[in-house]
Design a protein around this ligand. Structure first.
Ligand SMILES: *Cc1c(COP(=O)(O)O)cnc(C)c1O
Length: 856
């Protein structure tokens, strides 16, 4: 229970161990069971033949499988192990180069990584895709079926976690020395199924049959302390010092996922922690005869990394969540210090020159207090030099302005879990309050808003304020979001720390979101402009040369048509709905959230349905409304919206009177691999959040890059997408941020619109009746209530008519095939800015001061 007995080796910061097993020496061929294996990159060797030999070898010697009885899963693992051989060689070489140069590194701290599948990406990154495909096919295997055997690594909720995954891809591709830190959740984001249209959650036991990408590193196990209390002890000069005692000990075991760059030898690591209880746990309790208690406590230690919290942009103050945050941060900092101090020339003096830490949102912000604690209590450093090191090390990315998403921990809970850290936070706050007093004398209002402690009512620690104060740079994730961050959320901090706030507009990796996800479009593009766009997305601008070329327009539309046919087949399998690939595919895929306004889309669908019922001859472009979205399990209104879309959709899909003019397909279990299937098939991208609410969005970028036209509000990165593609090539509608503010300031009343707009009133009433759920009254009561009685906080009614009118313009353009093709091509051609390579270069140059380190 106490930290009395420590495990061997793990606390020694100057551990001589090196990550790279024969540091500096790279084996020329992978050794396996003593005999050299063929190498797929060997000059003169036929890569297909070599891959086939490697796959067969792994099937037999690692999996003990006869080729005749191997399942797709076996083939997937055997092929993964075959490509892993090459990746591990490059990993060792990369780490050797970084260590030899004592390179400055980025350490990316994120509680979420939404990686998806790694197989296809790693095959492309290593140039072994065709070889593996050919090898598997020559062995009588269906390549697609083998790929489908891989379970998504879904260790994230949505955009924030996927951003971290895209960043890792770019960091390796651009040769930046990086280590990502996070948690190796045993259960990723839940699996979603529908039962009578309602969301039901199932656990995502993704690693139950093993994870061939994860390399366990028991030798780098870290031991951390938590809970306990602080007492004061006196040193030999009679000075009182705080000491954190009676703590509980938890072990963190790292699992390394290699991140291979595309078209380069760099392989960085994603290091994810799983928690373990210490052995001395049970000993102490055994001595007291408390066997069951001991085992329960041990189970607590192992519970910590069990499950990802399924809340996207809502914080609920749960103790285990704070424990998870601290566990991962404390393990990561210890590991990072071990790595820094193992290089002979390194010291605290050059620490901020060698180490850059990026905090992905406030989830890891407790790292600021933890590094202070290490410096003050474990290294007896004075406050000012310690604070100097901390504030030169950390930078923080803000992901949202939504008040419900800003993390706050009750002071009482913080004191229970991290008593020493709370003291340090109070001390940081004392210094901060002095600065505020110096800047705005006798202004208690300024002090109240800047304070790290929220004082009104129940006292709380404001993690965003801690992250701002403890970081040298704070960034927003799109131009509009950063402007609002400075103007509305942190105006005082912006004045107190001029220049601290920066913008870094999000991006997406072109490797996954175009090259891998859309092979047909990739081939068409490479045929016209060559292959360099994969590492330099701005090259897509060259496509503009053919924007008016009828043959290219036809080829572009044929690609889209083929992708839609694939998706139509998937929709038939998963939803049991027949849809035509000739219809307009209108796509809204993202977490289910009121601010993202899937219910605005639903009201428009209802309006169209009603128009068709009242006039079956109405001439509209046939449309398929495609949805995919998970709702947080405790978010009742979001779940109500899912059920409403499903139930209304089922009625529409089965109504022969409208002759299939509109269809609704809600694909279950939205995740990265599903996004990769839907996005290439989208004609229209729905980005319809209430202006000011979506920090950036990245789904908007993926869809535009794949040639979907956007219908959207002037929110998040939509603003910059409009700048890039041109205002004639995007459908913008609705209230602006300023208009939203005005409306709220003057008192918004949805009833006024309800009474004024006959069609809108009719569809809202329709939804509120039991028409779609016969015999079940009030099924959509929560949704109906939020739109009217609850005041329609996201202005769905206020934007409805503008949205509906804008959809008429979409309908009109789609009738002109050439005009639509032209705009779709321009969307693909002009999305180069939204490559995460651009984003990462900006972070590297303007925040991290990080240089590429090529690996030869
Ligand atoms: C890109 C992505 C997101 C983010 O989508 P937004 O539309 O930006 O909210 C969420 N989930 C998955 C699986 C993604 O791939």
């Amino acid at each position: 229970m106490s930290s009395a007995s420590k495990p061997k080796s793990t606390r020694n910061m100057k551990s001589p161990k090196s990550e790279s097993t024969g540091a500096g020496t790279v084996p020329s061929a992978v050794q396996h069971g003593g005999s050299p294996l063929p190498h797929p990159h060997q000059p003169g060797a036929d890569p297909v033949v070599v891959m086939r030999a490697l796959i067969q070898r792994h099937l037999v010697s690692t999996l003990a499988r006869h080729t005749g009885s191997a399942t797709p899963r076996d083939w997937w693992i055997a092929t993964t192990l075959a490509v892993r051989d090459t990746i591990h060689e490059r990993l060792i070489a990369t780490q050797a180069v970084h260590n030899a140069q004592n390179a400055r590194r980025l350490y990316y701290f994120s509680l979420e990584y939404l990686m998806g599948r790694l197989f296809g990406n790693n095959l492309l990154a290593t140039g072994l895709y065709d070889a593996a495909k050919g090898a598997l096919e020559s062995l009588g295997q269906n390549f697609e079926q083998v790929r489908e055997a891989e379970v998504d690594m879904g260790l994230g909720n949505g955009g924030l976690g996927r951003l971290a995954a895209c960043f890792l891809d770019s960091l390796s591709t651009l040769d930046y020395p990086t280590l990502g830190y996070g948690i190796y959740y045993e259960f990723g984001l839940f699996k979603q199924v529908f039962s009578h249209g309602a969301q039901v959650e199932h656990p995502d036991n993704w690693m139950v049959f093993g994870d061939p990408w994860g390399i366990i590193r028991p030798e780098y196990t870290q031991e951390i302390q938590i809970y306990g209390r602080v007492e004061n002890v006196f040193d030999d000069r009679g000075n009182s010092r705080p000491r954190w005692v009676e703590t509980k000990t938890i072990l963190g075991v790292p699992h390394d996922i290699p991140i291979a760059g595309y078209g380069t030898k760099t392989v960085n690591l994603l290091r994810l922690w799983s928690s373990r209880a210490t052995e001395d746990f049970d000993l102490a309790a055994f001595n007291r005869g408390g066997y069951v208690e001991a085992v329960r406590e041990k189970a607590m230690g192992e519970t910590l990394s069990k499950v990802l919290y399924p809340n996207d942009k809502t914080e609920n103050g749960k103790e285990l969540r704070l424990v998870q945050q601290y566990f991962f941060v404390a393990c990561s900092l210890r590991d990072l210090l071990r790595r820094h101090f193992r290089s002979p020339g390194n010291s605290w003096t050059n620490f901020p020159e060698k180490v850059a830490v990026q905090l992905n949102d406030t989830h890891p912000a407790v790292a600021i207090a933890e590094l202070m604690r290490i410096l003050l209590d474990e290294h007896a450093m004075a406050w000012d030099p310690a604070w100097d090191i901390v504030t030169r090390t950390f930078a923080y990315t803000n992901h949202t302005l939504l008040p419900e998403a800003l993390e706050k921990w009750s002071v009482a809970l913080f004191e229970k879990v991290l008593p020493r850290h709370l003291q340090i936070i109070y001390q940081i706050n004392d210094q901060l309050m002095r600065q505020v007093e110096a800047r705005w004398p006798h202004d208690t209002g300024k002090k109240r808003v800047c304070s790290l402690i929220e004082e009104d009512g129940h006292k709380k620690v404001r993690m965003a304020n801690l992250a701002v104060v403890g970081s040298h740079t704070v960034n927003g994730v799109a131009a509009l979001h950063t402007a609002l961050l400075k103007k509305s959320l942190f105006p005082e901090f912006d004045q107190l720390y001029p220049g601290k706030f920066q913008n870094k507009t999000n991006g997406i990796t072109p490797r996954r979101w175009l090259y891998k996800a859309n092979p047909r479009l990739s081939a068409l593009i490479s045929d016209k402009i060559g292959h360099d766009w994969v590492r330099d997305l701005d090259q897509l601008r060259q496509l503009e040369k053919w924007v008016d070329d009828p043959a290219f327009q036809e080829a572009f539309m044929a690609v889209k048509r083929a992708n839609k046919a694939d998706l139509a087949a998937q929709i038939k399998i998963e939803c049991g709905v027949d849809v035509s690939p000739d219809a307009l595919f209108d796509v809204q895929i993202k977490r289910l959230h009121e601010y993202k306004r899937q219910h605005l889309n639903l009201l428009h669908i209802l309006a169209l349905y009603r128009r068709l019922l009242q006039n079956p001859a109405l001439d509209i472009v046939p449309r398929v409304f495609v949805f995919a979205a998970k709702a947080a399990p405790g978010y009742e209104l979001a779940k109500n919206i899912i059920r409403a879309i499903n139930v209304v959709g089922a009625r529409i899909n089965g109504d022969a009177r409208i002759s299939g003019k509109i269809k609704v397909a809600f694909l279950p279990n939205y995740r990265v691999s599903l996004a990769e299937r839907i996005i290439p098939a989208a004609d229209l991208s729905e980005q319809i959040s209430t202006a000011g609410k979506e920090a950036s969005g990245t789904g908007n970028m993926k869809l535009a890059l794949n040639g979907a036209l956007t219908i959207g509000t002037l929110d998040g990165a939509n603003v910059e997408i409009r700048e890039e593609v041109g205002e004639d090539n995007i459908f913008i509608f609705g209230l602006t941020v300023e208009e939203v503010e005005q409306l709220h300031a003057h008192g918004y009343n949805p009833w006024d619109i309800y009474h004024r707009d006959e069609e809108l009133r009719a569809v809202i009433d329709w939804l509120g009746s039991d028409y779609f759920t016969p015999g079940e009254h009030g099924a959509f009561g929560p949704l109906h209530h939020s739109l009217l009685q609850a005041g329609d906080p996201y202005l769905v009614l206020a934007d409805f008519r503008a949205y509906s009118d804008c959809q008429l313009r979409v309908d009109e353009l789609y009738r002109n095939r050439s005009a639509w093709a032209r705009q779709a091509i321009l969307n693909s051609a002009r999305c180069g800015k939204f490559s995460s390579d651009r984003t990462i270069r900006e972070y590297a140059n303007e925040i991290w001061k990080l240089s590429p380190v090529p690996v030869k």
